[in-house]
Write a protein that binds this ligand. Structure first.
Ligand code: HEM
Ligand SMILES: *[C@@H]1O[C@H](CO)[C@@H](O)[C@H](O)[C@H]1NC(C)=O
Ligand SMILES: *[C@@H]1O[C@H](CO)[C@@H](O)[C@H](O)[C@H]1NC(C)=O
Length: 479
């Protein structure tokens, strides 16, 4: 019996080693082949390997991004190739991965000239033909302008300021009754409710909780390998997408039937505009609804970081208790109250640095691009991997939550290493809204509750950044 087990272990180990060797050899051949092919026409491709057919290097990328050492994938390759720009094969496609912060920012700033957005297949299909990230040229400028207008600062200072606070308070009333909650899920629902109201005039209801569930599949599918077989993540995501689009179409139909009912949401404005087709409106709203959720992920991340760092939590309490005192209780904050939250801004920056809500950016080279003695040929996709820049040695003890680093390092000293909202023509239009949501949430949550975390959560960046146990916490109302 013992012999059999030994034999099996030896056989298994041998098999693993063999598979590994074949994999490495395949990778080398692939890499060499790619390089030779391009050498003659354009110049030298960056070094690297495209790994296995179809899955490429997805497995080692996945293991790295779900571990406590997320930059391992990059560091291993930097060591092997002596280059932080290299070839790989991720999300089902071969691509050039760049961990060079200067190059990454350069790529973003040359949107529409030297490069343009081109996301991997699964993401593209989920976004649809007319979601902002898949649109280019004049239509992009027009739709981007509509998004910017929806989120312009006059609307933030009045409407959003008011609505976010009302929503957070009513949500926290419900949490107070439940006492124990999964913060990750609850924050997701809260932000969906905010976006659904703004975009489709939906109130919090069974319908918005259904929408949250559909977006879980949707999000997972957007970064999955595009394998369309029943039951696969990608397959389920496509089904969820169809249901979400159907909801938007039904809402439009109902409004045409009942023109007498007035709505003051984005859908109403897009329908009035008159030049946008039904398909454009659906994809555009769906993507805004999806992108607009991004900020919720930063909430449980921050609460986890603060729970693990009593000194920072104490300083947050002092900042927010002081505001509460000046206001004489839970009265609505105004824009000046918001801009007075200095330490909170540091906590927000540090949380966004560590949570890497966008792992990076995907851009297609529109021309042969020279970088560091290599040539990225026209048509290749570049994955500007900003996660590596956010966790670079440029930041002392990069994996540590240290909001004070933002006090010492004023202005642009972290430029171009810190770009959580992108740059250039596609700079996130939700940038200011996201920060406002976070600050108002922290203010209300911290002044209303004490809490204890009920599990030892870990960060994982895939499929999308999350806490592995969903941050269960017990809440105690504060006096
Ligand atoms: C902390 C929260 C957020 C983060 C970290 C974030 C991050 C980003 C990033 C990195 C991009 C650029 C993608 C690229 O260039 O390829 C982007 C684009 C975008 N974001 Fe955000 N975002 C957040 C919140 C929001 C919110 C609240 C909204 C809307 C309500 C929003 C709407 C959009 C839209 C529409 C785009 C596409 C812009 C375009 O292609 O023209 N985001 N976001
Ligand atoms: C989606 O990903 C999350 C992690 O963010 C995971 O917990 C969940 O099981 C996945 N859901 C589905 C339906 O695949
Ligand atoms: C936070 O980061 C932004 C860059 O996104 C920077 O402009 C701002 O000064 C930073 N805030 C603090 C408090 O350091």
């Amino acid at each position: 019996m013992a012999d059999q087990i030994t034999l099996m272990v030896v056989a298994f180990t041998a098999a693993v080693v063999l598979v590994h060797l074949i994999y490495r050899a395949w990778g080398n051949i692939q890499g060499r082949r790619e390089r030779n092919k391009v050498d003659t026409n354009h110049g030298r491709l960056p070094p690297g390997s495209t790994g296995w057919p179809l899955v490429g290097e997805t497995l080692s990328y996945y293991l790295s991004m779900t571990s406590n050492h997320p930059t391992k994938f990059i560091e291993e390759r930097e060591r092997r190739y002596k280059s932080d720009i290299f070839i790989s094969h991720l999300y089902g496609e071969k691509m050039v991965v760049s961990a060079d912060a200067h190059f990454n920012k350069f790529v973003l700033q040359n949107e529409g000239r030297l490069f343009r957005a081109k996301y991997p297949k699964a993401m593209n299909i989920m976004i649809g033909k007319y979601g902002l990230l898949t649109v280019h040229g004049d239509l992009h400028r027009k739709l981007h302008g509509i998004a910017v207008n929806l989120l312009r600062s006059e609307r933030l200072k009045v409407d959003f300021m008011e609505e976010i606070q009302t929503l957070v308070h009513s949500t926290l009333d419900r949490w107070a009754e439940k006492k124990e909650i999964f913060l990750f899920k609850e924050c997701h629902q809260m932000i969906i409710n905010l976006m659904a109201k703004q975009l489709l005039d939906l109130s919090s209801s069974k319908e918005t909780s259904e929408i949250r569930k559909l977006f879980i599949d949707f999000g997972n599918a957007s970064v999955a390998l595009p394998i369309k077989i029943p039951g696969s993540t990608y397959f389920n995501g496509i089904k969820s997408r169809e249901l979400l689009i159907k909801k938007i179409l039904e809402t439009m139909e109902e409004r045409r039937q009942h023109p007498e009912v007035a709505h003051h949401d984005l859908l109403a404005r897009l329908m009035e505009e008159g030049t946008l087709s039904e398909e454009v409106i659906c994809d555009f709203i769906l993507f805004l609804l999806f992108a607009g959720q991004t900020s919720f992920r930063a909430m449980p991340f921050a609460i986890k970081f603060l729970s693990d760092c009593p000194k920072a939590l104490q300083q947050m309490k002092e900042e927010h208790d002081a505001i509460l005192k000046v206001k004489g209780g839970h009265h609505k904050l105004n824009w000046d109250d918001y801009t007075s939250m200095k330490f909170t801004q540091c906590v927000i920056n540090e949380t966004l640095r560590l949570s890497n809500l966008a792992a990076g950016f995907f851009r297609e080279a529109l021309e042969d691009t020279k970088v560091k003695g290599y040539v990225i040929p026209k048509g290749w996709v570049i994955f500007a991997f900003t996660t590596a820049n956010h966790l670079d040695k440029k930041f002392d003890a990069p994996l540590k939550f240290d909001p004070w680093r933002w006090q010492q390092n004023q202005d642009s000293s972290y430029d171009p290493f810190y770009i959580p909202f992108g740059a250039g023509a596609r700079l996130c239009p939700g940038y200011n809204l996201a920060k406002l949501e976070l600050a108002l949430f922290f203010h209300i949550f911290i002044t209303r509750f004490r809490w204890e975390t009920l599990a030892n959560d870990k960060i994982s960046y895939l499929p999308l950044p999350h806490l592995t146990k969903g941050l269960p916490i017990r809440l105690h109302p504060r006096e």
